[in-house]
Write a protein that binds this ligand. Structure first.
Ligand code: VG1
Ligand code: CO
Length: 543
């Protein structure tokens, strides 16, 4: 095996965002683009010599080729072993689990998550630490610095490794270990939850539909829901992972999970509906005729997690990303446990989980997880829901309505304005940032602003500080508007406007969230002048 040293030059824009580096697939396919970034990862983590890594991803277009490049670069730089999911497939939580249980030095995940796949769509590369979680900001910062000064990279000249069969293969001195992507993950789930109780629920006639959206969770859901738990064959839809996700957005929300929405809102809906995203870390939960917002789902899970064996002792604490609704805070207050508020992105939960401060955490963007891995975990959330339904004997709708009756209801929605002009979006933020201090006391659409600020976060474990994590406007009476720019998009800028209002009105249960938040949406427009800066009057997505 010959090791080549290839001369290269820095490529602009290789700055990891909310969750790794995401770009158009064609950008990743340009000469040296992937190689520069991978070599910079090696630099950012202090080299890979003698290290063991995990490698896998959501199977999107260009993944097989990228996996071979990464293997050849790992071998060239002296890695000891790389554990790869069969056909380079691993869901993000399964990768996190392998990184942890095999005591490795970290891993590389090939995914752009919920973004579409294909040669004209998106690709992504993310490095996770030895704790199984996304690299923290100091590491991504070092990786980015390395991309700006790279002059060469090392790559082995050798045959591709056959990744289609489990087994061990040699690449020079490095071992490539190809593993079944599902097995270890399924075993972990079986340890956390009461599979017998869920099996009894299902054999008693409880029906479900899980939409894998042609993405990575298909094989996991088939093996666990249909295989181990006995859900009827065909309960898992779109179960075969495809490089272009069947041409859809593998994003589990009411807009993109159309088939599931139709089934759950139809005449004979199953008892439970769920979906996951491209890389299997997000979840969407539905009951007959009811979409459970991710923020509500997080709160319901926190309130009831003790019904599952893994959490029977209770939760050490909980956390949510700042824009996530404060429904979780009400549960934490009742339980007398800490509730942390972190910036958007799973990397900020890592220290809290490692330090034992929290057991459960989540984001409004359909991510929920616990200390079992260091990523959000779509199927885990589905199984925890099923475990809770089995224990309580309640249906989804009843459980959610009971929750609102007990804790109050937080109306919540996120409005996304996609592909807006990045410079104009920055101007909008600069303008609003400059006016934050003057907003208190002003009235917008009948609401009085109590306080407004820009969120920054000091990590209580290592003291690191993350600034400029979203502009917040808090109203008297508990309403809130948050503005953020996405760090995962690949075209222009995506403006996210998060709207929340609190209701203690028990009759609010049937109220539509969009309608309940319509004056908040108008206030959000008035405060930030969204139309003036972006030209948009309507969001592209109301999640
Ligand atoms: C989005 C979500 C964020 C999530 C991130 C990665 O980030 O808002 O909550 O952690 O995607 O999720 P942004 O910066 O676009 O708002 V995934 O499923 O892409 O790994
Ligand atoms: Co994802």
């Amino acid at each position: 095996m010959e090791i080549l040293t290839i001369d290269t030059k820095p490529i602009e824009g290789q700055k990891p965002g909310t969750s790794g580096l995401r770009k158009k697939t064609r950008t990743f396919m340009e000469p040296h683009y992937l190689e520069n970034f991978v070599e910079s990862i090696w630099t950012g983590i202090g080299g890979v010599t003698s290290k063991t890594l995990v490698l896998g991803g959501d199977g999107r277009y260009f993944s097989p080729e990228a996996a071979q490049v990464i293997l050849r670069m790992a071998a060239a730089s002296g890695a000891r072993r790389v554990i790869v999911g069969q056909n380079a497939l691993l869901s993000t939580p399964a990768a996190s689990n392998l990184i942890r249980t095999r005591a490795t030095d970290g891993g590389i995940i090939l995914s752009a998550s919920h973004n579409p796949g294909g040669i004209d769509e998106d690709f992504g590369v993310k490095f996770n630490n030895s704790n199984g979680g996304p690299a923290a900001e100091d590491v991504t910062g070092r990786i980015f610095e390395a991309t700006k000064s790279i002059a060469s990279y090392k790559i082995a000249e050798t045959q591709n490794v056959d990744l289609s069969q489990p087994g061990e293969y040699a690449m020079g001195d490095m071992v490539v270990e190809v593993v079944d992507p599902v097995e270890a993950y399924a075993q972990l789930m079986e340890k956390l939850f009461d599979f017998d109780a869920i099996r009894r629920l299902i054999s008693g006639g409880f029906t479900m539909r899980f939409d894998a959206m042609h993405a990575v969770t298909g094989p996991y859901a088939k093996a666990i829901l249909e295989g181990r738990l006995g859900a009827a064959p065909g309960s898992v839809l779109n179960a075969e992972p495809k490089p272009d996700f069947g041409g859809g957005h593998p994003d589990p929300n009411p807009i993109w999970a159309k088939e599931l929405m139709a089934a759950m809102n139809g005449d004979t809906p199953p008892d439970f509906g769920a979906a996951s995203d491209g890389d299997g870390d997000r979840n969407m939960i539905m009951g007959p005729g009811l979409y459970v917002t991710p923020s509500d789902s997080l709160a319901v899970l926190a309130a009831n997690a003790h019904l599952a064996p893994a959490y029977a002792k209770g939760l050490a604490g909980v956390a949510r990303s700042m824009p996530t609704s404060r429904a979780l805070d009400a549960v934490a207050a009742r339980k007398g446990i800490d509730c942390y508020e972190t910036p958007t992105g799973w990397k900020f939960f890592g220290n809290l989980l490692d330090d034992g401060r929290i057991t459960l955490c989540g984001e409004e963007s359909a991510g929920t997880g616990s200390d079992h891995v260091r990523e959000k975990d779509g199927l885990w959330a589905v199984l925890l829901w099923l475990n809770i339904l089995a224990e309580t004997g309640k249906g989804v709708v009843e459980l959610v309505h009971d929750h609102w009756a007990e804790y109050g209801r937080n109306f919540y929605t996120r409005h996304d304005f996609e592909g807006v002009d990045a410079d104009r979006a920055t101007e909008m933020f600069d303008d609003l940032r400059g006016r934050l201090d003057s907003l208190a006391g002003q009235e917008f659409c009948g609401r009085i602003v109590e306080r407004a600020d820009e969120f920054s976060y000091e990590d209580p474990v290592d003291g690191s500080v993350a600034r400029q994590q979203g502009l917040r406007v808090m109203f008297a009476g508990g309403g809130r508007v948050v503005y953020r720019l996405s760090g995962t998009g690949t075209v222009g800028a995506t403006l996210r406007v998060y709207l929340e209002d609190v209701s203690e009105d028990a009759t609010a249960q049937d109220r539509d969230a969009q309608e309940a938040l319509s004056d908040m949406a108008r206030a959000a427009e008035e405060i930030a002048r969204i139309e003036h800066y972006t030209g948009r009057t309507e969001p592209d997505v109301r999640a």
